[in-house]
Ligand binder design. Structure first.
Ligand code: CU
Length: 65
């Protein structure tokens, strides 16, 4: 299942890695694509959208609807 998130607050490669790692903590097999300039994060995972978003928020980023 493909989830599309708009993540605010990512400014550099470290932020990008933090988001990817947060998603992988929820689903180690998730495919994660981050577009840093737009904040668009595409996640291919069978995990619930809310669980993935929550993990990103816990890293200190905002997830828009
Ligand atoms: Cu950063």
């Amino acid at each position: 299942m493909q989830h599309r998130f708009h993540v605010e607050g990512m400014t550099c490669g470290h932020c990008e890695r933090a988001v990817v790692n947060a998603v992988r903590d929820v689903d180690a097999n998730a495919s994660v694509k981050v577009d840093l300039p737009t904040g668009e994060v595409l996640v291919d995972s069978e995990q619930a959208r809310d669980a993935l978003a929550q993990a990103i928020v816990e890293e200190g980023f905002q997830v828009a609807a």
